[in-house]
Design a protein around this ligand. Sequence first.
Ligand code: ADP
Length: 257
Amino acid sequence: MNKNELVDKLLDYFVNEDKRLLKYERPTDYSEKRSFLRGIINMRPPLGIDEKILKMEDRLLQLELEDKFVTDVKDISCVEDSIALWLGDITTLKIGAIVNAANEYLLGCFIPNHSCIDNAIHTCAGIRLRLYCNEIMQGKTEKTGKAEITSAFNLPSDYVIHTVGPIVYGKLTDKQKKELAECYISCLNLAKKNDIRTIAFPSISTGVFHFPKDEASKIAINTVRDYLKKEPKAFDKIVFNVFTKEDMNYYEDILKN
Ligand code: ADP
């Protein structure tokens, strides 16, 4: 089946599964159909599902991955001992682990087609990721600063490490600064425990969670540098993954010092 046929079959399944979706007019254009499907999957609770459907989604995601430019961590050079800076979409990175800036439920973003990293990661990994996260979480919530590890399913990385960053309302507090540092440490500890030698961090909490970017980049770099002082051989490469030129500038300024 080609991508168009896969999208049609998956839409047939999900519209039949949740009849409320019948009220929406189904687009005919491929990219509109694809984003309609993405939105439906984003909103879908982690319910049981036919393995045949999961395999169809795997196929679609693998075909889409073939069309993307995937960056191998081997091709990213370090700016200082074991530390690298890379601008790009974390879902296109071939690396030991990527870190997801998740929320406390750890089930991915339920807002259809939202632009957050959690949505991007779950969308490209596929439905299996939410189902697996649900098994781990069992309806519980994760504490801020803690992390969990899962397979990366249809992503090019081997693992995803999901961490919950602090949400900043109003003035930034010392507690939030500590919690952000704890996110980095939890992820590094978990990666080390699982013999993962390469890891990419996004700018945790600096999007919808509103942690100020200048302070967040300082905490990210200082925490990783301190960790590497204590554990200089634990990682081959730790990548700071920025998504905008503005973020790149913050990281570059700090890494120069
Ligand atoms: P949070 O809830 O932790 O604030 P967000 O997703 O809103 O999470 O943002 C965290 C950071 O991830 C932001 O700097 C944002 O620009 C970045 N980001 C969003 N999408 C991607 C992506 N696909 N790859 C890498 N970074 C991303």
